[in-house]
Ligand binder design. Structure first.
Ligand SMILES: Nc1nc2c(ncn2[C@@H]2O[C@H](COP(=O)(O)OP(=O)(O)O)[C@@H](O)[C@H]2O)c(=O)[nH]1
Ligand SMILES: [Mg+2]
Length: 203
């Protein structure tokens, strides 16, 4: 992974995306990177699914330099977690709205793991694959097996973990993906996490 302590690092917003495997972290990141006019300065992809992108670009009319890191639940990543977590400015904690276990893992696994390395960590809670809530192609038999996380549940959890905001997105809607990164990029200007989360939902 690229050294974090170079001179430009002071201005670079370090956004770390965590969450269970297959919730859609890479897809969200790829949508953001490929569907905006961004310059990827360096990229690194480890076999253990730590993906790192050093990116410059204009978001909402403002120039940004950001380091985007996706890190999943592979045990082989344990040695990288202290460095990645302790240097992050903001975390996107992701789950998939149609996989209840991934929602439960936010509070049982991801938030404690991040706080272990950064007790005052700033979070956004993000429900991914939100298009699945309204997916008409789902068979009735599938619906019996799937326990969808409702928006209100996500919002309540965001308040509980003192996240800045609860948001949902689908890779099909680039505006929703951009909203997540745009909010995360603004977080350094904010003094401390708001107790009451603002809401934002786009499908
Ligand atoms: N319907 C739908 N599927 C998605 C979405 N995002 C990701 N997926 C699918 O979910 C699976 C896991 O995605 P991936 O980005 O690799 O998850 P990661 O392991 O968290 O990085 C893939 O089959 C994706 O095509 C989404 O917004 N909507
Ligand atoms: Mg991935």
């Amino acid at each position: 992974m690229e050294e974090l302590a170079d001179t430009e690092d002071l201005d670079r917003t370090r956004i770390v995306i965590v969450g269970d495997s297959l919730v859609g972290k890479s897809s969200m990141l790829n949508a953001f990177l490929t569907r905006n006019e961004l310059t990827i300065i360096t990229r690194e992809r480890k076999p253990t699914n730590v993906h790192t992108f050093d990116v410059r670009g204009t978001i909402d009319g403002v120039r940004h330099h950001m380091l985007l890191v996706e890190i999943g639940d592979d045990d082989a990543n344990e040695k990288d977690r202290p460095r990645i977590y302790s240097t992050a400015h903001v975390f996107i904690v992701a789950f998939a709205i149609h996989e209840k276990a991934t929602f439960k893992n936010v509070i049982s696994k991801w938030v404690p793991q991040v706080r272990e390395h950064q007790p005052d960590a700033r979070f956004f809670l993000v429900g991914l694959q939100s298009d699945r809530r309204n997916a008409t192609e789902l068979l009735a038999s599938d619906l019996e097996l799937i326990e969808i996380t409702e928006f209100k549940e996500g919002l309540n959890l965001a308040k509980k973990i003192k996240a800045f905001q609860y948001m949902e997105c689908s890779t099909q809607i680039i505006a929703a993906v951009n909203q997540i990164f745009s909010s995360a990029l603004q977080v350094r200007q904010m003094k401390k996490p708001a107790i009451k989360s603002k809401t934002c939902t786009m499908y």
